[in-house]
Design a protein around this ligand. Structure first.
Ligand code: FAD
Length: 507
């Protein structure tokens, strides 16, 4: 049931990916609301962020846009998951693939994975490396895209790689075609209600540098790291994650595409952080995410060039600073923060777009359920905070569990005890529980990542409790089961096209 409280006019400040995602969702779902977006060409957008989780598909489904409509326009490719290289130094575990959670074929693969992890933890000499257990790993290793033939009875969750500037342009055009008004201008002042009738501290308008006043009933802050409305005007507190996520800077540059088009992001650990490789249709995107406490921008750029074989090349590098953490309240008074203005967790699992989508979609539900009042503001903020914290814990674990000793950065990360109680509990269960997945459910530790993802990471690093590896214990059936699974996966794989053919099919 709708009420008269529904905002008649919503103003979005900021036209990066977050602002245009919000504009599209609002325009699609609340068609009777006047939606305006103001952005400043002079300030521009951050213009990085080229990988997604399956949430980007959920977003496009929600606004009824098919892959074929947006992917060719944004040089986009498919993503089956992420390969992590050199994060662990345990022999045989120098690399592993992390597929997305909740694939429908998991019902045939995950039980054996957990069974063999448990056996491995008890000391049986069983192969529990995650790369043996998942169809998406097979697809990636064979450069096969994630869309199966119609006759294949399982669904595959997939993400995308894309050119973020082109994605922004596509979303801007699409939102405007649905009635969103775009205004070009720089916000210089944000006005708060403080008259006698309406002294509620709500935002009332923003003023542009040319004096234009833009009034609205509700405001969405998508102004990037500065958080112009939520942080600078409404003074909502900010919680930094710097204590447990050390990285605060990145250097990015492109390279030419290889003959083979990968279907995965690659994340390679370097001396003081990690480098991504993201395949687009026309180039690879690369970036080195590092901590400026351990290495300076020049050193980082040189190391990235070395890693890419570009020491002699004049290809230009872009340097960026990152503010890692989150606001304490994402919705406060008549303002919702979305995107970098609400917070950012470093891009190891490419979760920023997912968080933006969840923030807007959840907000619309909570707001509507509360008859467009602030009734559910606290519940909403708790919900979004726990999503941020859950992702943070998962990312922190990559550093905490690292096995490298080659630099102070990696040693400090492994020795860092500034971790949440939740992460401590999960690591305890990994070492001691006889039913890791069951206990994660039992103790309500199912935050943003499923037990499958945690197990992929920890087994992928080769982090098993020290046990007596007794090879004499008869566990011969395991080899047969693994061979059967491998055959199952191979035959599933016959239903998928090469990544390149798949892309040609949607052009
Ligand atoms: C190194 C790095 C790698 C990343 N990788 C990924 C990734 O792989 N996947 C992923 O999902 N995300 C990634 N991200 C995050 C991603 O870039 C952002 O979440 C996404 O681009 C959304 O940004 P935004 O729209 O919040 O902010 P921005 O792009 O910064 O947009 C801010 C907008 O606000 C406007 N603005 C600001 N101040 C004013 C003003 N005073 N007046 C008018 N307009 C104003 C600007 O003009 C702009 O339009 C990465 C980020 C970094 C730093």
């Amino acid at each position: 049931m709708l009420s008269n409280n529904k905002p008649k006019k919503i103003l979005i400040v900021g036209g990066g990916t977050a602002g245009w995602m919000a504009a599209n969702l609002l325009a699609c779902k609340w068609q009777d609301t006047d939606i305006t977006l103001v952005e400043s060409k002079d300030i521009g957008i951050i213009g990085v962020g080229e990988g997604s989780t399956p949430h980007l598909k959920l977003f496009f489904d929600a606004i009824d846009v098919a892959d074929a409509q947006w992917m060719p326009r944004c040089n986009a490719t498919y993503k089956n998951g992420i390969t992590f290289d050199k994060w662990s130094t345990v022999k045989g575990y120098e690399s592993y693939f992390h597929p997305f959670a909740a694939q429908t074929d998991d019902v045939f693969t995950v039980p054996l994975f957990f069974k063999n992890i448990q056996a491995r933890k008890q000391g049986y000499n069983v192969n529990a490396h995650p790369d043996n257990y998942f169809l998406e790993t097979y697809l990636s290793r064979n450069h096969l895209g994630p869309l199966p033939a119609e006759s294949f009875p399982f669904g595959i969750a997939y993400g995308y790689h894309f050119d973020s500037a082109l994605l922004g342009q596509f979303l801007a055009e699409h939102a405007q075609s649905k009635g969103v008004t775009r205004i070009e201008g720089k916000v210089t002042d944000v006005l708060v209600s403080n008259n006698q009738v309406n002294n509620n501290g709500n935002l009332s308008a923003v003023k542009l540098s040319d004096g234009t006043l833009l009034e609205a009933d509700f405001f969405i802050d998508c102004s990037g790291f500065n958080g112009l409305l939520i942080q600078q005007t409404l003074n909502v507190g900010y919680q930094s994650f710097k204590d447990n996520l050390f990285n605060d800077a990145a250097v990015v540059m492109p390279t030419k595409l290889s003959d083979v088009l990968p279907v995965e992001t690659k994340s390679t650990a370097l001396s003081n952080g990690w480098a991504w490789q993201i395949p687009l249709r026309n180039r690879f995107g690369h970036g080195y995410v590092y901590s400026s406490d351990y290495i300076n921008a020049n050193q980082a750029e040189t190391e990235l060039r070395q890693h890419l074989g570009l020491l002699e090349s004049d290809v230009e590098a872009r340097h960026l600073k990152m503010k890692v953490g989150r606001v304490e309240k994402h919705w406060h008074k008549n303002c919702l923060a979305v995107g970098l203005s609400q917070g950012f967790i470093e891009p190891l699992e490419a979760t920023a777009i997912a968080l933006s989508f969840n923030t807007i979609a959840q907000f619309m539900q909570y707001f509507q359920q509360g008859q467009f009042t602030n009734q559910h503001e606290d519940a909403f903020n708790q919900d979004i905070n726990s999503r941020f914290d859950g992702i943070r814990d998962y990312i922190v674990c990559h550093y905490k569990a690292n096995q490298r000793t080659d630099s102070q950065y990696w040693r400090d990360n492994a020795a860092n005890y500034n971790i949440s109680d939740t992460l401590r509990h999960i690591l305890h269960l990994w070492q001691h529980s006889h039913d890791f997945a069951g206990d994660m459910h039992k103790y309500k530790l199912m935050g943003s990542y499923q037990p499958k993802s945690w197990a992929c990471m920890l087994a992928g690093y080769g982090v098993f409790p020290k046990a007596n590896m007794d090879q004499s214990i008869d566990y011969s059936s395991h080899q047969q089961e693994l061979e059967a699974l491998s055959d199952f996966i191979r035959r599933c794989g016959m239903n998928f096209k090469s990544h390149r053919d798949l892309l040609v099919g949607i052009d």
